[in-house]
Write a protein that binds this ligand. Structure first.
Ligand code: DGY
Length: 321
């Protein structure tokens, strides 16, 4: 008898065909509507596995899910999972590492370049027909090449960014992380520093940490005040890692040069958010992994994880404790 898997969001046909080979399944196919909690709880009561992305997984959701063995997210981040709850109920949480690393690193460099050379801001300027003067100091940005990049959170994506920064832009690199990465330090001539030193010395401060109790509001008014007035802050992690109110003030006061943000405290970004009034911020709608090829690869990896878990095996990408 095939196991039953509940899929809480639309998926590609290829992914569905793969799941169909191994499991009975049902899909919540509404593009713009989250699966209602009551429907989800009902489905999970008799599910062996679930694919849920961007759904908060709490005790309430899984309390009656007595045969559930795995919940698989189509993302590398898994802050929507309550890890203690999953382990209490003996459910594997899985994510999709590796397959998105290069794609996210590309996007990070894109928004870093936009915020430093003011590409987004000046694109709007030209489109609005405001370009009436020869290029002059009004268009100046900050150089990227040969500057210092400070990476907070040196995981797999951090390493991909190091390669781009070092080999492509000949940058100096410092990093801060929970644990040191001697192999990266050696291979790329990268130095470990304390967060305070990184903030004081880096021309680009890039946040790539997972969202945990320790990283909520990691960057607030105090940290922003340590940064250079020419510095650019880039967030490719999760919105709550930055105190957004403090960042708005720092950008308004020009305490830092600019910011590039792909993630926000509230997503989608509310239409009255103060970021929308600022010129010195590049905003993208959480698109780190958003290419067709990468999204397909992530979905397939998430599908493999849910199938393995539902069949009673240990899935490949169990989230770290
Ligand atoms: C993830 O997969 O967690 C990333 O945020 C995608 O952009």
């Amino acid at each position: 008898m095939k196991p039953y898997v509940y899929i809480g969001h639309p998926i590609e046909k290829e992914t569905e065909a793969y799941i169909a080979k191994h499991c009975h399944y049902k899909i919540w196919n509404e593009e713009n509507e989250k699966v209602p909690e009551v429907v989800l709880k009902q489905e999970l009561k008799h599910a062996d596995g679930a694919m849920l992305t961007a759904t908060k997984v709490t005790d309430e959701i899984v309390r009656d899910a007595n045969q559930l063995k795995v919940i698989s997210t189509v993302s590398v981040g898994y802050d929507q999972f309550d890890v203690d709850v999953l382990s209490k109920h003996g459910i594997y949480g899985t994510h999709t590492p590796y397959v998105l690393d290069d794609t996210v690193a590309d996007l990070i460099f894109g928004i870093l370049l936009s915020a430093s050379r003011r590409i987004g801001e000046l694109h709007h300027y030209v489109k609005k027909g405001k370009w009436t003067i020869e290029p002059d100091s009004a268009f100046y940005g900050q150089d990227v090449h040969h500057k210092t990049l400070g990476i907070v959170g040196m995981g797999r994506i951090g390493e991909k960014i190091v390669r781009r920064a070092k080999l492509g832009f000949e940058m100096d690199i410092v990093y801060h992380n929970r644990s040191r990465k001697p192999e990266i330090e050696e291979q790329y001539d990268v130095s470990y520093v304390e967060l305070e030193e990184l903030l004081k010395t880096a021309d680009f401060v890039l946040l790539m940490v997972p969202l945990t109790d320790e990283t909520v509001k990691l960057i607030g008014a105090n940290e922003l005040s340590l940064m250079k007035s020419t510095a650019v802050l880039i967030n490719g992690a999760r919105g709550p890692v930055i105190d957004e109110g403090a960042l708005v003030q720092a950008l308004k006061n020009k305490d830092i040069f600019s910011a590039a943000l792909d993630v926000f405290e509230t997503e989608p970004l509310p239409s009255d958010h103060p970021f929308l009034q600022l010129d010195n911020v590049t905003l993208t709608p959480h698109i780190g992994s958003a290419t067709l090829a990468t999204t397909r690869a992530m979905e397939m990896r998430a599908a493999e994880n849910v199938v393995q878990g539902a069949l009673g095996n240990v899935p490949r990408d169990v989230i770290p404790e």
